[in-house]
Write a new protein. Structure first.
Length: 306
């Protein structure tokens, strides 16, 4: 992408600086996700302040970046078709989340897993570009943000975090944001550390048990950039875990579409979405998730039921 230099980030846009930084980090390995991170920042910035001269100038340059990316990747259906783009971004966010969650449950606490939790929560923010978040994604975002803050604060204080879902209490998110803001600056110039904290009163205080972890979880391609200290891996990349390929549901072999089954437009939309998720999963060589989604689409089309 032809570099469009952004002006300094206006103070009013502090809340989107991390999404822009994430876009910058993903430009080379995940340009589609980077595009939607910028689109989210653009839409959010327009809602915050589109009248102040410095804000208008920043948004204008950001729009130039988006137009340049759209021209460069105009033949990518993840850019031209929202349903494909949504599946692509959601799949990548889930990969980030699953990697961090696996590390957490295994008791391997390090900066990369904190960053993965944190980035996953930012990418779930980005999904609002496509409409309202599902309840599952809302829960994933809350949990990822809380985990990032909890583990960061434990390590900072010399304490050993408790792995897996536990009772959630208020944790300051400021240190995580501050560290991320300082880890890399935007092209627009030096970013100021965020002084905000994650709103603890928005997080359930009871034991967190509602999270749904799909099978086939393993580290996403190119994520993270470093290797956890205690894995014994000496290269600078993490090898994906062997995949457990699910068996094809035997009932699909004998399933027959009854004559009275009539698929609604919503059924077709859901089947299409399952197929798009499968295609997106294959981009990450996640055969398990692809097979599961294809089976869901097939069952829905044959029986009219999920």
């Amino acid at each position: 992408m032809a570099a469009t230099v952004l002006p300094p980030l206006p103070p009013q846009f502090k809340s989107i600086q991390h999404h822009l930084r994430t876009a910058q980090e993903l430009d080379k390995r995940e340009p589609v996700v980077a595009y939607y991170c910028r689109l989210y920042a653009m839409q959010t910035g327009m809602k915050i302040d589109s009248k102040t001269p410095e804000c208008r100038k920043f948004l204008s340059k950001l729009m130039d970046q988006l137009e340049a990316m759209k021209k460069q990747f105009g033949d990518n259906e993840a850019i031209t078709q929202e349903i494909v783009g949504s599946a692509h971004v959601e799949n990548y966010a889930l990969k980030m989340f699953l990697y961090a969650d696996n590390e957490d449950r295994a008791g391997r606490f390090h900066k990369n897993m904190i960053k993965s939790f944190y980035t996953a929560s930012l990418l779930i923010d980005v999904l609002t570009v496509f409409g309202e978040l599902s309840e599952e994604n809302i829960q994933h975002r809350k949990y990822a943000r809380w985990k990032a803050a909890y583990i960061h604060n434990c390590l900072k204080n010399g304490e050993t975090p408790q792995p897996g879902p536990i009772g959630m209490e208020g944790e300051s998110f400021a240190d995580v944001e501050r560290e991320e803001a300082g880890s890399s600056s935007l092209h627009s110039g030096t970013t100021q550390p965020s002084s905000s904290t994650y709103e603890a009163n928005n997080i359930p205080t009871s034991t967190y048990t509602g999270i749904h972890i799909p099978p086939g979880a393993h580290a996403p391609a190119n994520t993270p950039a470093e290797v956890p200290h205690n894995t014994g891996v000496t290269s600078n990349t993490i090898q994906p875990a062997p995949q457990n390929i699910p068996l094809v549901d035997p009932s699909l072999y004998s399933a027959q579409s009854a004559g009275e089954v009539r698929l609604t437009p919503e059924d077709f939309a859901r089947a299409q979405k399952y197929c798009k998720y499968a295609g997106s999963a294959l981009q990450y060589e996640d055969v398990s998730t692809a097979v599961q989604n294809l089976q869901k689409a097939l069952k829905l089309l044959i029986t009219g039921r999920e």
